[in-house]
Design a protein around this ligand. Structure first.
Ligand code: APR
Length: 316
C-alpha cells in the first residue's frame, strides 16, 4: 500500500511539532519545507526526527527542503509558515506579515500539489484560510483551518482540571473564529454523556469558557511566543481524519454557505472530515444568545477578511 504524504510548510515550532506527531503516528512520509535561508533548520529537524524513529519505532521518511518539487504528490499540506505572537500582541496584529507569506506559500502549494487538502494554521487563522483559498484556487472543501480542535481541547483540558476526571471523557463543542470572541458551547458539553451543568456550577463552567478563549494569550505571556504542541496536535488530528478517511466530526474553520447564518466566510463550525477534506458542515441548533455570539464572532472574521481584500485587491 502506498504511504500517504504530508508536507508541512514552515519548520518552526508548530511545523516541527506537526512533523513529530504525524511521523510518530505513522500517518505517512513527512516533508518539512522552509525558506532558503532557514532550510538548514528544516533539514536538521527532519534528520533529528528521523534518528528518533528507531527508538520510537515508527516508519516514516522525513525530509527537509526549500524546494516545492518535494511537495508534489502530497495528500495533505499543513501550512504553519508565518510569524507567531509575542507578548502583548493579538493574533490580528500578525495579518500584514502573514497574509504575504500565506499567499506566496499557497500559490506554490497549489502548483506543486494541486490535489492536496490544505490545513491552515498560520494566524490570524480565519483570514489566513481565506487567503489560502483565494491564492490557491482550491475548491472550498480542500481548504480548512485548524483552530477549533485546539480551542475545544483547551476547553476540555480546563474542565478536566476542575472536575478531576480523565480528559478522555469530556466531549465539547466550540464555534466561531479563532479569536477572543470564539464561542465555546457549554450546552453541548458533556462528561461521558452527563451534561457538564450537572457536575459543575455555572460560574466554574464560565471560568473555563473564559480561560479557553484566552488560552493562547496565557501561553504567550508565560513563554514569550505562541503555543505549538497543542496547535500541532490539532492539525495532525485533522490530517489523520483526512488521510484515513475517518469521517470524524471536528470543529474546523470551514467555508459556510448559509450555515449558521454565515455566507461566504471560513469560520469555525463542526465538520465531517474525510478523504475529500471538509465533506460537510454539521448544522446544530443554537439558542438566541449562542447565535448572537456566533454572529459577533463571524462579523470579526468578516472585518479581517476585508483587511486582506483591501491590502491585496487580487485576493478580493
Ligand atoms: N515559506 C516557508 N516557511 C516560511 C515562510 C515561507 N514563505 N515564511 C516564514 N516561514 C517559516 C519561518 O522560517 C519559520 O521557520 O515559518 C516558520 C515559523 O516558525 P516559528 O517562528 O517558530 O512560528 P510558530 O510558532 O511555528 O508559528 C507559526 O502558526 O500558530 C501559528 O500564530 C502562529 O502564525 C504563527 C504560525
Amino acid at each position: 500500500m502506498r504511504r500517504a504524504k504530508i508536507s508541512v510548510i514552515g519548520a518552526g515550532n508548530v511545523g516541527a511539532s506537526c512533523a513529530l506527531w504525524a511521523a510518530s503516528k505513522e500517518l505517512g512520509d513527512v516533508v518539512l519545507v522552509d525558506i532558503p535561508n532557514s532550510v538548514g533548520v528544516a533539514q536538521g529537524k527532519a534528520l533529528d526526527l528521523f534518528c528518533a524513529s528507531p527508538m520510537e519505532r515508527f516508519d516514516a521518511n522525513i525530509t527537509g527542503t526549500c524546494d516545492y518539487k518535494d511537495v508534489e504528490g502530497s495528500d495533505v499540506v499543513i501550512v504553519t509558515a508565518g510569524i507567531p505572537r509575542k507578548p502583548g500582541m493579538s493574533r490580528d496584529d500578525l495579518i500584514a506579515t502573514n497574509v504575504k507569506i500565506v499567499k506566496s506559500v499557497s500559490e506554490q502549494v497549489a502548483a506543486a500539489a494541486p490535489d492536496a487538502v490544505m490545513i491552515i494554521v498560520s494566524n490570524p487563522l480565519d483570514a489566513m484560510v481565506y487567503t489560502a483559498w483565494k491564492a490557491s484556487g482550491f475548491p472550498t472543501n480542500r481548504i480548512v483551518g485548524q483552530a477549533g480542535c485546539l480551542d475545544v481541547a483547551r476547553f476540555r483540558a480546563f474542565l478536566a482540571m476542575e472536575l478531576d476526571v480523565s480528559i478522555e471523557d469530556i466531549q465539547a463543542l466550540l464555534l466561531g473564529g479563532h479569536g477572543d470572541d470564539m464561542v465555546p458551547l457549554p450546552r453541548y458539553t458533556s462528561v461521558h454523556g452527563i451534561p457538564v451543568s450537572q457536575l459543575l456550577p455555572e460560574e466554574t463552567i464560565n471560568a473555563c469558557v473564559d480561560r479557553a478563549k484566552a488560552g493562547g494569550g496565557e501561553i504567550v505571556k508565560l513563554m514569550g511566543t505562541s503555543a505549538y504542541y497543542a496547535p500541532a496536535s490539532g492539525s495532525v488530528q485533522m490530517a489523520e481524519a483526512i488521510i484515513k478517511d475517518k469521517k470524524r466530526i471536528l470543529p474546523c474553520a470551514a467555508y459556510c454557505d448559509g450555515e449558521f447564518g454565515i455566507d461566504g466566510l471560513f469560520v469555525g463550525v463542526p465538520c465531517v472530515l474525510g478523504k475529500n477534506g471538509v465533506e460537510r458542515v454539521v448544522q446544530i441548533e443554537l439558542n438566541e444568545s449562542e447565535q448572537a455570539m456566533m454572529d459577533e464572532s463571524a462579523s470579526h472574521v468578516a472585518d479581517l477578511v476585508n483587511t486582506v481584500k483591501t491590502t491585496f485587491p487580487e485576493l478580493a
